[in-house]
Ligand binder design. Structure first.
Ligand code: FE2
Length: 392
């Protein structure tokens, strides 16, 4: 067994010192404080004091919301990602009572946004996937045309982001009286080994803060965004943080209530009609791009079971614009708001930069009786700068 010692090894601790350590512990002094006093690592103190009942008075010293406590707990929980952990194990690690260990878990889940699942009584697990949420009902008047904006793959924080096009999109949405915009994922660029030289901000907090600072905001417009497993999802994968929840929270803290996270990977939107619903599915799937632009959308709708089909499908991820009508589903590939990156060039992937305004006229049973998809294409930044120079 390896002891993590500060001053001297376990073998060299005299029985007199060990007795003094046990005496301190029975008074309810914390492992860390005893360790500091006797120049011994707190895990060694724990070994020496094994079996000693600690009085609950030490509870009073313990603050479950203290940053150091949360950080220690998180490190432990992340290490146990594969196997899970018990309240008992966390309590021992933190030198806390069971009640306080539960409070720390609660704090990490509800305040910090880590996805810690309670599997059964006092058994926990940090999970990086999120459950599929129930369809989101947007109350719209029956029989009226529903118009909405679509944007996708903004990859904010990447040097190739197209904030100029994103601003133009929201100007147009506002001009046309749009109130709902759906964002089909990859709102931020995240961090991975191949985008290190391409990002402007590091760390989830800085990237989320950047969204709060620069993502366009227009009076009366709500942006409903989903998150994908790639890019923003890399943070979720490595840490267990609910990344969409976190981005929304940072926006709220900045006074922005127009940015709403509606789901991870996919979410159905339901528009109530007289005797049925119109279902729009927003998705950010995984996988690479196909040789034919319509292929990913076709394969996706082929995979849907009969009763599960939406009336309209909006796909992010591919950075391509395309409209398709396989299996009677209006499938829109949403393009992107990021120029071609070095990674995309290497993989011969084109970027279709632009945004969409869609309009739906539904029958009383929810089926789509009429739809239109307006695509607003943009080209590289230099092209628009040159075009603008003619207007001055
Ligand atoms: Fe993307």
């Amino acid at each position: 067994m390896i002891y993590f010692l500060k001053g001297y090894s376990m073998g060299r601790i005299s029985e007199t010192v060990k007795d003094k350590i046990r005496e301190e512990r029975t008074k309810g002094i914390s492992l860390r404080k005893i360790g500091d006093k006797f120049n011994v690592h707190h895990s060694t103190v724990l070994t020496i004091c094994k079996g000693i009942k600690v009085p609950t008075t030490s509870l009073k010293e313990f603050n479950p919301s203290a940053p150091m406590v949360r950080s220690d707990a998180l490190k432990f929980i992340q290490k146990k990602k594969k196997k899970g952990f018990t309240t008992d194990q966390l309590a021992e690690k933190l030198d806390a009572t069971l009640e306080n260990a539960r409070k720390v878990i609660q704090y990490l889940s509800h305040h910090d946004g880590y996805n810690i699942l309670n599997q059964r009584q006092d058994h926990w697990s940090l999970v990086t996937e999120l459950p599929l949420e129930k369809p989101l009902e947007l109350s719209r008047l029956t029989g009226k045309e529903y118009a909405f904006g679509i944007v996708s793959d903004t990859h904010l924080n990447n040097k190739s982001e197209r904030l100029d096009v994103l601003e133009a999109a929201y100007d147009e949405f506002a001009r046309q009286g749009i109130t709902d915009v759906f964002h089909a994922g990859n709102i931020i660029d995240g961090e991975f080994r191949f985008n290190k030289y391409e990002i402007k901000n590091w760390g989830i907090h800085n990237q989320a803060q950047y969204v709060a600072d620069v993502y366009p905001q227009r009076s009366g417009i709500t942006t409903h965004f989903i998150t994908g497993t790639c890019h923003e999802g890399w943070y979720q994968d490595s840490s267990g943080l609910k990344v969409g929840w976190y981005i929304q929270k940072v926006c709220e803290d900045a006074g922005r209530t127009d940015m709403i996270h509606i789901g991870h990977i996919e979410r159905d939107i339901v528009l109530k009609q007289k005797i049925g619903d119109t279902k729009i599915r927003i998705m950010h799937p995984g996988g690479g791009c196909a040789y034919a632009q319509s292929y990913p959308g076709q394969k996706m709708v082929e995979s849907f079971q009969g009763g599960e089909k939406p009336h309209m499908l909006i796909l992010g991820h591919y950075h391509k614009f395309n409209v398709n009508y396989a299996r009677e589903i209006t499938t829109i590939m949403a393009g992107c708001l990021q120029d071609q990156t070095g990674f995309m060039r290497k993989n011969k992937l084109a970027a279709h930069v632009g945004f969409i305004i869609a309009r739906i006229g539904a029958r009383i049973d929810g089926t789509i009786g009429r739809s239109s998809v307006s695509w607003y294409p943009f080209y590289d930044r230099k092209y628009h700068q040159k075009l603008n120079s003619y207007l001055i």
